[in-house]
Every structure is written in C-alpha cells, then in structure tokens.
Design a protein. Structure first.
Length: 95
C-alpha cells in the first residue's frame, strides 16, 4: 500500500493493488467510515458520516459546530484528490 499525503488538506490517497485503483481516506477519521459504495461507471469508494466527522472535530479539537462544519467543508470535502474521493453522507432526519 502506497500513501500519498496532501499537506494542505486532510485527505490521503491510498493506492491498492486491486486493479491499480486508488481510494482516498480522511486522515484521523477512520471511525467515521460507515461503508463503501459505488455507482454506474465508478469504482467503489469509502463512505463517511459527516455527523461523526464534525462531532469528532468538536470533541477532539475543541471547535464549535460552526467551525467544525467550515473545516469539514473546506479541508475535507473540498480537498478533491482525483478519482476515488469518498462520499460524505449527511444523515436524513425526518421530523
């Protein structure tokens, strides 16, 4: 497994031997992985819970909810590293 870390953003690309496909992981948030998914014409990617990432940023890093969401939006979801980027799931709550 070969790691490629982008020093500006909070994601790393992981090259796997399987069909020479690379996936992207969010550094320090493996506990927020809730599965894998794919769609037509696209390789499988990791799926992360946005709620779990934001909650961890608040607890671990002492951010407010607003700061954590801004950090997530810019540094995680906004850190496009090519094909293999994960899906970030916003949970739907029916009121």
């Amino acid at each position: 497994m070969q790691l490629h870390q982008d020093q500006t953003h909070a994601t790393i690309r992981i090259a796997s031997g399987e069909n020479n496909v690379s996936k992207t992981r969010v550094v320090g948030h493996d506990d927020a992985i809730i599965g894998m998914g794919n769609s037509f014409g696209r390789d499988s990617v990791l799926i992360y819970s946005v709620d779990k990432i934001v909650e961890k940023l608040v607890k671990r890093d002492g951010m407010t909810d607003e700061e954590a969401m801004e950090f997530f939006s810019f540094n995680i979801a906004g850190s496009y590293n090519g094909p293999g980027m994960p899906v970030f799931l916003f949970e739907y709550h029916d009121e």
